[in-house]
Design a protein around this ligand. Structure first.
Ligand code: BYC
Ligand code: FE
Ligand code: FE
Length: 470
């Protein structure tokens, strides 16, 4: 076990940190047991062309090689410290950042870190069976890349728990391996992480919309006054970019293939050529987008106000955006549309700090709109007039002001069934019927187009996965 620590790439001086070593020594075998139980089903003996972070230096964080997943070198990295970083917002604006947990913020910080941490293994659990139906070796490899990196994100958060939260932190780290996505008695913490991901269209929607919540939550934590959290999440963001790429281009490739078939199929019926109809894609977008909006919490939130005041969670690019001048945010307000009895909406101004979830979410929505624009460009380029759109923020919500209210995707009060806008049993069964593994290098399933280029400069027909004896 002692050489375990040589195998854990890190920049936290692990080799000389006895306390951290001891905690990890107990946790790491449980992590591996969890990986075998809840990680990708099968494929553990196969050699996957994976990227491993081996240092935080330019280029060093992206080392490519064939690895068996259980041998993946899950490491612990913090972005290098900024020179004399100061707290950039809230009541402690301008103070030196904290390198230890301030006693009075211990509970809040622990909660944020545990909530963030919990999503990482949850997503691996949700994606457990997808390898069996990958539309290509390229996609299979990308799935596993995302999975091992979510595993590393768990490590990143567990490092913080072990290093800064003593016995409580070690207990939380254990519990992260005990909760299970979708479990009746011990589910994962946040709603979207308990929904099943049973087909690849769901996977692409999840990595497009749900991982993107990750981007924005991590970015808000990257502003944190607790410097180890800020530096850890900064580094996680470098990996996150690939997950978002997988989702955005995945849906883009589905849209492209569907558009191609809409033009070429005799009566425009893409199912004849085993494609996914555009309205089904739209329903999947409606589902995962609305579930991901829930991850931002309530529009009007005292928790969010407290996190901002305490210097724990900032706005997107709080310290670098030219658009943010006032970092105290005690003045000003943000307009929300509050549903009234009978369903009418009344504009209400809420104090800025209480609107921090909403402000972060608005940046997220802009980012989603940008991706929608690209997919719609694809439709346009194929000479089609159909367009995809994001549903109203009021549609299908379970959290916040609009939770449980019958709003339609266009934001009006619903007159027909909500099911008209979400995947039906029939839609799901159809999508599921298309799922089947395509493991021939360079080949792609009928319902998805090829990517524009391979991974790490490799060609599309590169053998991204070497199957062992099976
Ligand atoms: N589900 O003021 P409110 C990622 C609870 S994704 C269940 O509205 P707050 C990834 C809330 O806990 C990024 N419960 O919300 C992606 C509170 O409970 P209490 C994950 C929810 O606290 C893909 C109550 O409702 N990171 O990394 O401002 C693959 C009212 O709270 C939900 C983080 O989320 C929900 N959706 O904000 C892999 C960052 N929403 O106090 C990875 C850390 C709210 O009544 N988390 N509640 O018991 C946070 O900062 C905040 O907890 C939230 C919620 C933004 C999630
Ligand atoms: Fe992650
Ligand atoms: Fe991710």
């Amino acid at each position: 076990m002692s050489d375990l620590f040589d195998k854990i790439p890190n920049n936290v001086a692990l080799s000389s940190d006895k306390k951290l070593q001891k905690a990890l020594l107990e946790w790491q075998p449980n992590f591996i047991a969890w990986w075998h139980e809840m990680g990708p089903d099968g494929f553990q003996e196969d050699r996957i062309y994976l990227r491993t972070a081996v240092s935080v230096e330019e280029g060093g964080w992206a080392h490519f090689d064939y690895v068996k997943m259980p041998d993946y070198r899950w490491g612990i990295f913090l972005a290098p410290p900024g020179k004399e970083r100061r707290i950039g917002f809230g009541d402690h604006l301008g103070d030196a950042v904290w390198n230890e947990v301030p006693g009075e913020l211990r509970k809040e910080l622990r909660r944020i870190i545990v909530t963030q941490a919990d999503t990482e293994p949850a997503s691996v659990e949700q994606q457990r069976y997808l390898g069996k139906t990958a539309p290509s070796l390229y996609d299979l490899r990308n799935l596993f890349q995302v999975n091992v990196e979510e595993g590393r994100h768990l490590w990143a958060m567990v490092y913080l728990l072990h290093q800064f939260f003593g016995k409580d932190g070690r207990d939380e780290a254990e519990e992260l391996l005990l909760r299970r996505s979708g479990h009746a008695d011990s589910p994962r913490i946040l709603t979207a992480f308990n929904k099943p991901i049973e087909d690849w269209l769901s996977f692409f929607c999840f990595s497009m919309f749900t991982d993107r919540d990750g981007k924005f939550q991590l970015a808000s934590l990257a502003e944190s006054g607790f410097d180890p959290l800020a530096r850890t999440t900064q580094f996680m963001l470098t990996e996150e970019a690939h997950h978002l790429f997988v989702g955005e281009t995945g849906i883009g490739r589905v849209v492209d293939r569907t558009a191609e078939l809409m033009r070429s199929a005799p009566d425009g019926d893409v199912t004849r050529a085993f494609g996914i109809p555009l309205d089904v894609v739209q329903k999947y977008i409606n589902l995962w987008y609305s579930a991901s909006l829930d991850l931002f919490g309530s529009e009007d939130s005292s928790n969010a106000a407290a996190y901002f005041a305490q210097g724990l969670k900032g706005r997107f690019k709080e310290s670098t955006s030219k658009d943010i001048a006032d970092h105290v945010a005690l003045e000003g307000s943000y307009a929300v549309e509050v549903p009234q009895a009978g369903g009418a909406l009344a504009r209400q101004d809420i104090p800025l700090r209480r609107a921090m979830n909403l402000i972060l979410r608005d940046r997220y929505i802009e980012d989603c709109e940008r991706a929608l624009g690209r997919w719609n460009k694809t439709l346009e380029n194929r000479g089609l007039s159909e367009r995809l759109r994001l549903p109203s923020q009021r549609f299908n919500r379970e959290i916040g002001l609009y939770a449980g209210l019958p709003f339609a995707p266009d934001g009006s009060l619903l007159t027909s069934r909500r099911d008209d806008f979400l995947p039906t049993e029939e839609d799901r069964a159809y999508v599921q019927s298309l799922m089947g593994p395509v493991y021939e290098p360079g080949s792609f399933a009928s319902w998805i187009g090829p990517p524009t280029k391979g991974i790490n400069g490799q060609p599309l027909e590169f053998p991204y996965v070497h199957f062992g004896a099976r």
